[in-house]
Structures are given as C-alpha cells and as structure tokens.
Design a protein around this ligand. Sequence first.
Ligand code: SF4
Length: 361
Amino acid sequence: MAPGTSLTSLSRMALSDAVSEHAPAWRAAQIYRWLYHHGVRSWDGMTNVPVVLRTSLSDSFCLDGQRLVTEQQSRDKTIKMLFELPSGNQFETVLIPDFDRDGAPRRMTVCVSSQVGCAMGCTFCATGRMGFQENLSSGDIFDQVWWAGIKAREHFGMGITNVVFMGMGEPLLNTSNVLDAIEKLTAEDGLGLGARRITVSTVGLAGRIRSLADDGFSSQLAVSLHAPTQDKRSAIMPVNRSERTDLAALVEAIVYFTNKTGSTVTYEYCMFHGHNDSLDDADALAGICAKAPSKVNLIMYNPVDGLGFDRTPEHQLNAFIERLVSRGVTVTVRRSRGQDIDAACGQLAAKNKRPSGPALA
Ligand code: SF4
C-alpha cells in the first residue's frame, strides 16, 4: 500500500485487513468509530488506540483529505462549499436548509459529489463540460457530509437529516465508493443516518440499476430523466444514444428495480423551455410513470451561461403540472436554490477551474 493512501478511502473490510497486519482485528472497530462516528482526522486524536499501532499505520496511510477552498451563502441560506483534493482537483458540496413557516429549521439536506467532473456530457450541465477528472473515495464523500454537518449546526443549530448524491459526477460510475460511503453514513458506529434518508441520483445506467436491485440496495433511487422520448432525451443526454442505456432499456431496468426492491423511483425532470415542457411532453412523461411506482420531481432550471437553455415560465409549469396530476402522477417541484451563488450542478467548480477530461459526446 502506498504511503499516500488515505486511511478513509478504505472500506471497513480493508481497514480490518490493514489493522490485522499489526494488531488484533478488533482494533479496527475502534479506529472506524474514531473516523466516522467522531470525525477524527488525526492520529493523535485516536486516544484509545495504542501508539505503536497508530505509528505502524501512519507508515502506510495518511489522513490527508479535502481542504475547504471557498464557502458561499445564498440569500435563501443555501451554503455552497468548494473543496480541493490533495491532487489539486476541486469539487463542490451544497447544504440546503429547509425551514418551517415560523422559520425554525426543519430539514438539512446535503447534496454531495461522487466524482470530480463527469464523463456523461449532459448538454445542459456545467459539470458535463468539464469531462471526467477522478473518482472521489468513500472518505471524500463521507467528509462532505461531515463538513456540511458542521456548517449546518453552526448556521442553523441542526445536524444533517438527508443526503442526496446529486452533485458533481455520476454515482453509478463510482458505485463501490458510493456504497461504501453509504455504509459509513448509516452504520451505528458511523454517522447513524437512516438509509432511506439517502438518495442516489443516476443519469440512468440501466445495467447498474439492475445490479443495485440485485445487491439489496436500501436507499432511495432517483433517475435523471429530463425528457420523455428517445429523440428528445438523446438530444440533451448522450447516455441515451446507446441501446444499452437508452430510454427503453432504462424504463425496463426501473421496472425491474421497483419490482425487486419494493421501492418507488423518483424521476428528476429539469424543465427546459421549448424543449421538454409542452403538454405532449407531459403526456409522454405520464406514460413512463405508469410503468412503475414512481413520482416526478420537476426542477426549475438555473440557466448556465453559454449552454443555450431557458427557464420555463410559471404559467407553462403550472399547465404541465396540472396535466401530470390529471393523469394520476405524483408531482413535486424543486425551485432551484442558491441562484445567486451558482448552485446549479457543477457551476462553482466549473467557474473556478475548467479542466478537460474524457466525456461522452
Ligand atoms: S447532469 Fe449529472 S450525469 Fe449529466 S453531466 Fe451533469 S453531473 Fe454528469
């Protein structure tokens, strides 16, 4: 193992293997608790672990992690954090607070990134323009939630209640690290979050959705649909141009997933004026929804400079919602948060740095 490998990149099993080279394997449980229950990121902080074991581990592993580069708070109180990895690559995390009518904090959702950049090349997305840079480790993902929890308590007096994998990257192209991060977030000796409070949002990789179902995935699944027909989806999402991951394959995989897990799937549907917001589009979307237990989350688009998409006007949004509801679809609307701080997918990191990496075209 290279000395630069971060201890937090290891799964529970790999940590146990590493510890058992120097000490009884049960010592790994102590270290796991320090890392993911107490959030300790220094060898000195692990006070009940023998110094000789800490020294041996530090010969092979480091505790270096991401560094907070900037933090911005929106007028609507959304907080966006930009992190930098030891590699120099940057990625972002967004804390989205929700409040009761009387202003009391009700829910703290953190939107985490799973990769730096993204290879999927969706044409409406700033991250898609960056190309793929690197996968985040399970520790990098966990630490975003930990940092967001610190900010949530500091600003709003409440810890994290929900986690969504809707930041930079395609989670199902980094599945093992994402699932390992979920284990660290949900374990009793980790952060102890409920698995159903975690949502993994995918661009819709049909084969990997089936694998999740086969592997007993117990968190929530959201799928970025964004268009209700093959042609319209292919025009904005290159992933749809392959037969293995096109709309037909995706819907089949979702039917399989919901049958196998008993879960409902959420379709994320970003409204692009003149492209996917007509009443015919609503009818086609309702047809897809009828195939598996599902609901639709309509997202009001945050226009990104130079990408050529406009926001759907309110009257069009309302007509679209009415049509879906009349056809029995459950609909929620997400008004984009943090517009004054570039809180759309990938905008902050893309603005600070524009690396170029491989991407679908
Ligand atoms: S929308 Fe998601 S999957 Fe598509 S390019 Fe952006 S980050 Fe990647």
